[in-house]
Ligand binder design. Structure first.
Ligand SMILES: Cc1ncc(COP(=O)(O)O)c(C=O)c1O
Length: 385
C-alpha cells in the first residue's frame, strides 16, 4: 500500500539538505552560545547572522528587522501583544478577522479580556475579508490590524497589500500572519505594506519550533512577553535556538530557489484534485476561493460525512489528509473558519483539506481520486442519514 502525505499545511517533512545543516550545528565544535566572547561564540553568532540575512532577503527586509522566535504562534503573540501594549496610550482598538489561526484569534480575544476593544471582521463565503470592511472598522482608537495572508483551512489569499495600504494611510500598524503563504507565493514586506509579519519553518520543510517575526524599522513596537537577556536586540530574550535558526535559514533559501517552478507544478496537481473530486463525488463543495487560493491547497465539504471517519478510512488506504487546521481536528467543534464562511455546521463536520508538497506526484493524485469515491460511498451507505 502506498503512503501518500497530503497534509503539508499541517506540517512538512524536513528537507534532507536542511537536516544536514542542522546536524552540523548539533555536533562537533558548533555548539557555541552567540552571546559568548570567544571562538565558539563568534562562530555561532556568524551562523545566526547568515541565517537572518537569508530570511531577510527572502522577505525583502533588512537583517535587523528579523527576530527569531519559537515558531509562528510565538511570533503572532509577540507582534500583537507588543504592538497593543506599546501603543496603548494612543488607542486600544485592534482589528482582526473571524478566520484567523488561533495563534492570532485567541491572542486578540485575550487582549479583549484585558480591556482592549476588539473587532473581529466577518468574511465572505470564500473566507475573504473585504478591504471596505477593514476601512469601515478603523476608528481613532485603532492601533493594530492583524490579518492573515492565506488561510490555513481553506487556502484563500487575502487582499493583504490593499489592507496594508489603508492601514498606512490611517496610521495603523498592520501585522500579517504569513505562515501558510510564505514559501508558496511571493511574500515581500514592502509589496504587502506591512509593519509586522510572521513566518514558521515547519511549513517550508524546516524544523518545528522555530519561526521569525519581521518588524519594520521605526515601528512603535516593544516586546512585552519574555523578560530576560538582551538577545535579538532586546526583542526576544533567551539563548537562541541555533540548530533551528540554521534550519530555518536553509529552508528559506531552498523555498525561494524553487518557489515559482514548484508553484506551477503544484497548481496543476491541485486543479486536477479539485476537478477530480467535484467531478466524481456527489454532494461535495469546494471550500475557499476557486482562484485566489494557495497553489498547493484543495479543500472540500462533503454532505452526510463525518470528517474523523473519512480521515480514518483514508488513512487505512495509505492517505494522510486533514479536516482543516491541526488544532481544530480532534475537537468536536466544527471549524470556526467554515462557520464564519456561512457553511452550516452539519456540512462543516464533513470537511477535508488536501495540501500538496514537494514529494507529491501525479500518481499520488490519481490514487487519491480513485480512493475517495469508494470511501465516501461506503461511509454514506453506513450512515443513518
Ligand atoms: C496560519 C497559521 N498561523 C500560525 C500557525 C502557528 O505556527 P506554529 O505551528 O509554528 O506555532 C499556523 C500553524 O498551523 C498557521 O497555519
Amino acid at each position: 500500500m502506498p503512503r501518500i502525505y497530503l497534509d503539508h499545511s499541517g506540517t512538512t517533512p524536513v528537507d534532507r539538505r536542511v537536516a544536514d545543516e542542522i546536524y552540523r550545528f548539533l555536533t562537533g565544535d558548533n555548539f557555541g552560545n552567540p552571546s559568548s566572547h570567544h571562538f565558539f561564540g563568534y562562530a555561532a553568532k556568524k551562523a545566526v547572522e547568515e541565517a537572518r540575512e537569508k530570511v531577510a532577503h527572502a522577505l525583502g527586509a533588512d537583517r535587523e528587522e528579523i527576530v527569531f522566535t519559537s515558531g509562528g504562534t510565538e511570533a503572532d503573540n509577540l507582534a500583537i501583544h507588543g504592538a497593543a501594549a506599546t501603543n496603548f496610550k494612543k488607542g486600544n482598538h485592534i482589528i482582526t478577522s473571524a478566520v484567523e489561526h488561533h495563534a492570532v484569534l485567541n491572542t486578540v480575544k485575550a487582549l479583549g479580556k484585558q480591556g482592549f476593544e476588539t473587532t473581529i471582521l466577518p468574511v465572505d463565503r470564500y473566507g475573504m475579508v473585504s478591504v471596505e470592511a477593514v476601512k469601515d472598522a478603523i476608528t481613532d482608537k485603532t492601533t493594530l490590524i492583524t490579518i492573515m495572508h492565506a488561510n490555513n483551512e481553506v487556502g484563500s489569499i487575502m487582499p493583504a497589500a490593499e489592507i496594508g495600504k489603508i492601514a498606512r494611510e490611517r496610521g495603523v500598524l498592520f501585522h500579517i500572519d504569513a505562515v501558510q503563504s510564505f514559501g508558496k507565493i511571493p511574500v515581500d514586506v514592502n509589496d504587502l505594506n506591512c509593519d509586522l509579519l510572521t513566518i514558521s519553518a515547519h511549513k517550508i520543510y524546516g524544523p518545528k519550533g522555530i519561526g521569525a517575526l519581521y518588524i519594520r524599522k521605526g515601528t512603535r513596537w516593544k516586546q512585552t512577553l519574555l523578560h530576560g537577556g538582551a538577545q535579538e536586540r532586546l526583542r526576544r530574550a533567551g539563548t537562541e535556538n541555533i540548530p533551528g535558526i540554521i534550519g530555518l535559514g536553509k529552508a528559506v533559501e531552498l523555498a525561494a530557489a524553487d518557489q515559482a517552478i514548484e508553484g506551477n507544478r503544484l497548481k496543476a496537481l491541485r486543479d486536477r484534485l479539485i476537478s477530480g473530486v467535484t467531478g466524481s463525488v456527489e454532494e461535495v463543495q469546494l471550500t475557499g476561493h476557486p482562484v485566489l487560493r494557495l497553489p498547493n491547497h484543495a479543500s472540500f465539504c462533503f454532505e452526510h460525512i463525518e470528517a474523523e471517519s473519512m480521515l480514518h478510512n483514508l488513512d487505512l488506504k495509505g492517505i494522510a489528509a486533514s479536516s482543516g487546521s491541526a488544532c481544530t481536528s480532534g475537537s468536536l467543534e466544527p471549524s470556526h473558519v467554515l462557520l464564519a464562511m456561512g457553511i452550516p455546521p452539519h456540512l462543516a463536520y464533513g470537511s477535508l483539506r488536501l495540501t500538496l508538497g514537494r514529494d507529491n506526484t501525479e500518481e499520488d493524485v490519481e490514487y487519491f481520486l480513485a480512493t475517495i469515491g469508494p470511501v465516501i460511498e461506503e461511509l454514506r451507505s453506513a450512515s443513518p442519514f
